[in-house]
Design a protein around this ligand. Structure first.
Ligand code: NAD
Length: 497
């Protein structure tokens, strides 16, 4: 029986919800610590208990780190060709089991099955991309004034803590694991306690793929216990973290005295979407509305790159609000194209913001304040796409990251006003610019304080381009050579000519 098929039937067994094991030293096992507590994890579409997971304690985390350190001794010395073969094998196995991963990701996270499939495909690309990247890596060498030859020598930076959030669980975890092991590092990874299912399945798959024991370890648990123990350990050489800005700040604080630790922080966003009147010309109107809608509501708005603050040039404002609302009402329907939000806690957070919108007398063009969940939450965590206008100036609705299917629309007067509004945020992750004016694309695009600016498109990704945010959206970049900077140390050698 295939190990993944066996995992599938264990999860699917209705009589007792599975207790997910950690993946440590190549084995799937529950933690040995007597003080281990367990966390219940629910299926967002039904509100029912899906599985339980152990909350790894300090000693469990230390044990996983010790295996990762031992594995680093040999893994860091393997050839690129050998590491490449392992990554390729993992991507092939993921491809083979694509549907199984997609189905459980969709059940565990709440996203639609179609969306889950896209993300599994991207997880496959994470491994296949880095499996070839390391084979074609180049090293810079220079001749200095004819007297010396200098070159950069890179070596794996050590053992990494890889911590990921609940919105795109498998995709974001593999976005860290793939480059980490490709560049010769080893890892202790921790998925979100809200969505650990695909990390469990990945552990089963890594075992099946024959990845040497200890190269990747996956510990399950919450942030304050498991995550905090992991990042603070002096035996961890680097942290690659994706999650909320408050957690990024906590991690910075906890590691402030460990200057040597490599740190990549991919944090929250409150991304602007600027729509100029020319983008509503007949030839591009449909495209403009389609891009704005998908940037707002893809994955229930639970993508850090979602454009949740729409600003429209006043000349096209009324027309845009009307057509955008019609389009979203027709194309973004709960259960079909919009999934459930990830957890009860997140439902309540989004509900709180929608109550605030009602209290502040914003106009609900679409959607409403969702009902309070009943005690067992058994109806699932469903929030319909919500479009707000007439938002009070300075409202938290346009400052805080709501991270749900909620968008605000406001008018702007001219380019200067558009740039001012776009940049009026503590965040600087991404932005969308919709215009047909070529000069404006660059003029405005280059003034926006965001790590990623998409012009007349959204979510287009090439895995070699730098990914990351400005301001409170994070530090460091990941992707291609930028991931290499995270996971390697560089020394420059000077040789006499
Ligand atoms: P979160 O910060 O609450 O949790 C993220 C991860 O950190 C989880 O695994 C959690 O258990 C862990 N964690 C929590 N406290 C910790 C601590 N003190 N030490 C170590 N680990 C700790 O974020 P979330 O609610 O899971 O995810 C949503 C957030 O993630 C949003 O802000 C979103 O914008 C952000 N995000 C950013 C990107 C990006 O690439 N910039 C991508 C996806 C999501």
């Amino acid at each position: 029986c295939d190990s993944l098929d066996k995992a599938n039937s264990l999860i699917a067994s209705r009589s007792t919800p599975i207790c997910l094991p950690n993946y440590v030293a190549g084995e799937l096992r529950l933690p040995s610590s007597p003080s281990t507590t367990f966390i219940d994890s629910f299926a967002p579409k039904t509100g029912s208990l899906l599985c339980r997971l152990p909350c790894a304690q300090q000693d469990d985390v230390e044990e996983a780190i010790s295996y990762a350190r031992a594995a680093f001794q040999t893994w860091s010395k393997t050839t690129r060709a050998e590491r490449s073969r392992h990554l390729r094998r993992i991507s092939e196995l993921l491809q083979e089991h694509r549907e199984l991963f997609a189905v459980w990701e969709s059940i565990d996270q709440g996203k639609t099955l179609e969306r889950a499939r896209i993300e599994v495909d991207r997880a496959i690309s994470n491994f296949s991309y880095f499996s070839t990247y390391i084979l074609h890596e180049q090293t810079a060498a220079r001749v200095v004034d004819g007297v010396a030859l200098t070159y950069e020598h890179r070596s794996p930076a050590g053992v990494f803590a890889l911590i990921s959030p609940w919105n795109m669980p498998l995709y974001l975890l593999t976005w860290k694991i793939a480059p980490c092991i490709a560049f010769g590092c080893t890892a202790v990874a921790k998925p979100s306690e809200i969505t650990s299912m695909s990390a469990y399945l990945l552990g089963v798959l890594l075992q099946k793929a024959g990845l040497p024991a200890g190269v990747v370890n996956i510990v399950l648990g919450d942030g304050p216990t498991t995550g905090a123990a992991l990042v603070a350990s002096p035996l961890i050489d680097g942290v690659s973290f994706t999650g909320g800005t408050p957690t990024g700040i906590a991690i910075r604080r906890a590691t402030a005295h460990q200057i040597r630790k490599h740190m990549s922080l991919e944090l929250g966003g409150k991304n602007p979407n600027l729509i100029f009147a020319d983008a509503m010309a007949p030839a591009t109107r449909e495209r403009t509305i389609r891009i704005a809608a998908s940037a707002a509501f893809e994955n229930q708005g639970e993508i850090c790159l979602c454009g949740s603050r729409i600003y429209v040039e006043r000349a096209a404002y009324a027309e845009f609000v009307r057509e955008f609302t019609e389009y979203v009402a027709k194309n973004y329907t709960l259960r079909k194209t919009v999934g459930a939000v990830a957890s009860r806690q997140h439902y309540n957070k989004i509900r709180g913001y929608l109550q605030l919108a009602a209290d502040e007398k914003a106009t609900f063009n679409l959607g409403a304040v969702p009902p309070l969940l009943d005690r067992d939450g058994s109806q699932g965590y469903w929030i319909a796409p919500t479009i707000l206008t007439d938002v009070a100036p300075g409202s938290l609705l346009q400052q805080d990251e709501i991270f749900g299917p909620v968008v605000t629309i406001s008018p702007f007067e001219d380019e200067e006003d558009a740039v001012r509004l776009a940049n009026a945020s503590e965040y600087g992750l991404a932005a969308v610019l919709l215009t047909n004016d070529g000069a404006r694309m660059r003029r405005v695009g280059e003034q926006i304080e965001a790590g990623l600016v998409w012009v007349n498109c959204w979510l287009v990704r090439e895995l070699g381009t730098p990914f990351g945010g400005m301001k409170n959206s994070g530090t460091g970049r990941e992707g291609g050579e930028y991931s290499r900077d995270v996971f390697t140390v560089v020394r420059t050698l000077h040789l006499p000519a």
